[in-house]
Design a protein around this ligand. Structure first.
Ligand code: ARG
Length: 598
């Protein structure tokens, strides 16, 4: 049986070795110093590079190269590192380069083959984590911003779940507040049956009604007044208002569910209304902490570091002068509840970057009042806008906002057209069912992947052509690499699940080594995504994996697989299967199922 050492432990061992070397060489005060290991910038430099000598130079008062030499000497004397790497080499001003031994790589590959989680360990301390994502608003249509939040939030939740954490997927639906006052007041005028009967109108109409109601609210003072009273009535539990509100929520909810079903999203709704009973208490606790300042009748909290554009202190209003509570009060109640009642130690909010300020403010107030401390991590995961190919806000040709249903429909329709063209070119006959299943799968995968593969903090240009391109950093490209590997198993009549475990892996060809090194980095990538919450890193990893596989399997410059002699043949089949398993796992963490054929 082989010793099992997943890649993070490899890094861990290297880090410990560096640490020991630093202490022995320069003294106890360097214990625990991060050796600043990064992946090598080019394969010719090996696998990892440590920049520690450069960072210690100033502190120790020696040239970095001298420090590097002393460290390397120490590292070589100890011998532990020699089991993993070739002797460290010094480059440039004092970088220390490390190259993993080929036998070590072979042994690692063999170990992950036998491991159901591909060598990814479960955490020793699973955390209770809440991921607040999607969170559309009732009576308003779910828009592309919510789609981004849904796709990114779902992927983050999947990754944290796979890493073994207890994840609560939360839909903080906007089901409370002024929009209901407006809507109920307006519907009472134009469509009263919608307030007492289910399905009297459909959501499309509801959205139109909402827009009309909003317009009235903005221009008609009497209407505004009635709408405000209507909110107060609802918030104080008036039975007629409650029924109307419930009907409206139900209807929106069903529409949202449709999108969630399409995209295979699991999420648990706990809308803003849930926190209504806790709102007075939030204000009371802030009051007790001496944080409330009354300003023109409104109750405000001021925390250091928040100013408006004139540099004046910026209040967080927690109760308006009419006694009503707002979005911020609800988020304060939610953070309190999530920490105190649900015991979350990490709370992740996935919304557009426009809300960054709101969340920073909420976190600061929660910290000030003492609900938040350093043992709890709260993060806002912001993302940029979705733009059309003209760089402007994504709109339909006639200038309206795009309905998500239509957008997904179009992705599927275009994937279908592409597929049919490809089948013709390849002279393949496939059943209608195949075409339907494959185009749906590719269309939805393309939308998800296009979103996830961007660094979420930037705006992203929505382009059906780009996301469906078979040659690029796209879902179809990755799915194709997976299907290609399954093709090897079909062609050779090989059951990948029955490949022998524990046999010697042989790494001979350069492309084989390159692919293996990449395969073994999954663990590092997942830890990084878990920390930084950037799924695009995982996308990039999978894209490179597909490219490296394609180079490995290249007819001319790669390795023969099915036609190779034993023991190379089995060894290579194992590498193929490990690549497929890694792709399948990685894609599943992005919410994308693989296809056996496409
Ligand atoms: N409903 C909000 C919106 O559509 C997003 C809610 C995000 N979550 C939160 N806890 N505030 O903008």
């Amino acid at each position: 049986m082989w010793m099992f050492l997943p890649m993070n432990s490899t890094l861990h061992t290297i880090r410990c070795q560096f640490n020991q070397a630093m202490v022995t060489q320069f003294g106890e005060h360097l214990a625990g110093t991060d050796p600043l290991l990064v992946p090598a910038s080019h394969p010719k430099f090996g696998d990892y590079q440590s920049n520690i000598a450069l960072s210690l130079a100033k502190q120790l008062g020696h040239p970095p190269r001298t420090i590097a030499q002393q460290l390397v000497h120490q590292l070589t004397v100890d011998g532990e590192l020699a089991k993993i790497c070739e002797p460290p080499a010094i480059a440039g001003p004092g970088f220390i380069n490390l190259r993993l031994h080929t036998p070590y790589l072979e042994q690692q590959l063999q170990a992950i083959q036998a491991h159901p989680r591909l060598g990814i360990p479960l955490p020793s301390h699973p955390q209770p984590i809440i991921v607040d994502f999607s969170s559309p608003n009732i009576a308003k249509e779910m828009h592309v911003g919510h789609l981004r939040s849904t796709i990114i939030g779902d992927s983050i939740a999947r990754i944290l779940e796979f890493q073994g954490h207890h994840v609560i997927r939360r839909n903080h639906v906007g089901d409370w507040g002024t929009q209901f006052g407006m809507l109920i007041t307006y519907l009472r005028e134009v469509c009263p049956q919608a307030l007492t009967t289910a399905d009297a109108i459909d959501l499309g109409n509801l959205v139109t009604f909402y827009q009309q109601a909003k317009q009235r609210f903005d221009t008609d003072e009497a209407f505004q007044h009635t709408a405000r009273t209507e909110v107060v009535k609802l918030q104080s539990g008036d039975p007629h208002s409650r029924i109307a509100w419930q009907l409206l929520c139900e209807q929106s909810r069903r529409e949202f569910q449709l999108i969630y079903d399409w995209l295979d999203i699991c999420i648990e709704e706990r809308g803003e209304s849930f926190y209504n009973p806790f709102l007075p208490n939030v204000v009371a606790e802030l009051e007790d902490a001496g944080l409330i300042v009354k300003d023109a009748g409104a109750l405000c909290v001021f925390v250091d570091g928040f100013t408006n554009k004139d540099g004046d202190p910026l209040p967080l209003i927690v109760q308006k002068s009419d006694g009503g509570f707002n979005y911020a009060t609800t988020d304060l109640a939610a953070i309190h509840y999530r920490i105190q009642t649900e015991g979350a130690t990490r709370i992740i909010y996935v919304t557009d970057a426009g809300q960054s300020h709101h969340f920073a403010h909420i976190f600061a107030v929660a910290r000030e009042v003492g609900w938040l401390n350093d043992s709890i991590q709260v993060v806002h995961v912001p993302f940029g806008l979705v733009q059309g190919e003209d760089g402007k806000k994504l709109k339909t040709r006639s200038g309206e906002t795009i309905r998500l249903k239509d957008l997904l429909d179009e992705a599927i329709a275009r994937a279908r057209t592409d597929l049919i063209t490809r089948l013709k070119a390849e002279e393949r006959e496939e059943t209608d069912e195949f075409i339907q299943v494959v185009s749906r799968s590719i269309g939805l995968a393309a939308v998800k992947y296009a979103d996830l593969s961007q660094n979420r903090t930037s705006n992203y240009i929505f382009s059906f052509d780009k996301m469906l391109d078979l040659r690029g950093n796209t879902a179809p490209y990755l799915l194709y690499a997976y299907a290609r590997i399954q093709g090897i198993s079909r062609k050779g009549n090989i059951d990948f699940t029955r490949l022998p475990n524990g046999i010697q892996i042989h790494l001979q060809h350069e492309s084989e080594l390159v692919l293996t090194r990449h395969l073994l980095q999954l663990d590092e990538i997942l830890s990084e995504v878990e920390r930084e919450l950037l799924p695009n890193r995982l996308c990039h990893y999978l894209f490179e994996l597909s490219q490296k596989f394609n180079q490995f399997y290249d007819k001319d410059r790669g390795c023969p697989v099915l036609t190779a002699e034993e023991p190379l043949r089995t060894s290579r089949l194992i590498i193929c299967n490990l690549t497929a398993r890694t792709l399948q796992l990685g894609l599943s963490l992005l919410g994308i199922p693989v296809l056996q054929r496409m």
